[in-house]
Design a binder for this molecule. Structure first.
Ligand code: MD6
Ligand code: FE
Length: 212
């Protein structure tokens, strides 16, 4: 019964230009996790510091031509990993292909991501409401892949004060958004403890962007 349900695509429109694609990444799970392990071996997860001096509860790494970083100097995309001094690991074909197919399904044909920010949430970690606006061109969508423990995604509006929708995201779910809601505020509630069969006590989120 479980497997039959997993095979049914559950697509829902969250807002103008924003789509939930339930279980979209499940067919690629094994290849995605194998590629992820290679990336993390080269550029490990680390808790970055915000411009205001706070250590983020979410640990991050990147793959692709550029990676998103934050430190006391601000938020930006960097060609190199500040921890290793080397370029970020290249984006695996299985990542880029998954993101492009998801974007296509959401109505954004031809999405070719050049950056993938990889977020790791341990129990209690959260992401406060924010906009993704460090990219050069807001015409491209963002594709977000959830793996591991479930989380509640907050999807607000164009103003920080807009009351957010709460969207439960599980292992294999994908959110793709752009167009009118590209700059809308969003975040993640503190992760509840649990033990996921493939990833243990964590949630991993891949967010694919066109940064350059
Ligand atoms: C997360 N995601 O789900 C955090 N941003 O862990 C994001 O901040 C995000 O999922 C832009 C577009 C999609 C996202
Ligand atoms: Fe974001």
């Amino acid at each position: 019964m479980h497997d039959l349900l997993a095979a049914v695509p559950r697509t829902a429109r969250i807002a103008e230009g924003a789509f939930f694609l339930g279980g979209f990444a499940l067919p690629d799970e094994d290849r995605v996790l194998a590629a992820l392990h290679g990336i993390v071996a080269a550029s490990p997860f680390r808790n970055m510091i915000t411009p205001g001096g706070f250590r983020m509860s979410v640990a991050m790494t990147n793959c692709g031509t550029v990676g998103w970083v934050t430190d006391r100097r601000g938020y930006r995309y960097s060609e190199t990993d500040p921890e290793t001094g080397a370029r970020w690991p290249s984006m695996p074909a299985v990542f880029a292909d998954l993101a492009s197919r998801a974007a296509d399904r959401a109505g954004f044909a031809g999405f070719a991501p050049d950056a993938c920010l990889i977020n790791r949430y341990e129990p209690g970690a959260r992401m406060s409401l924010h906009q993704d606006r460090d990219e050069r061109d807001f015409a491209a969508p963002i594709v977000s892949v959830s793996l591991g423990l479930p989380a509640i995604f907050l999807f607000g509006g164009s103003k920080r004060s807009d009351r957010p929708q709460r969207i439960p995201l599980e292992h294999g779910d994908v959110v793709a958004w752009g167009g009118p809601s590209r700059l809308w505020f969003h975040g993640v509630l503190p992760l509840r403890d649990g033990d996921h069969p493939s990833l243990g006590r964590c949630r991993i989120n891949l967010t694919f962007r066109r940064a350059l």
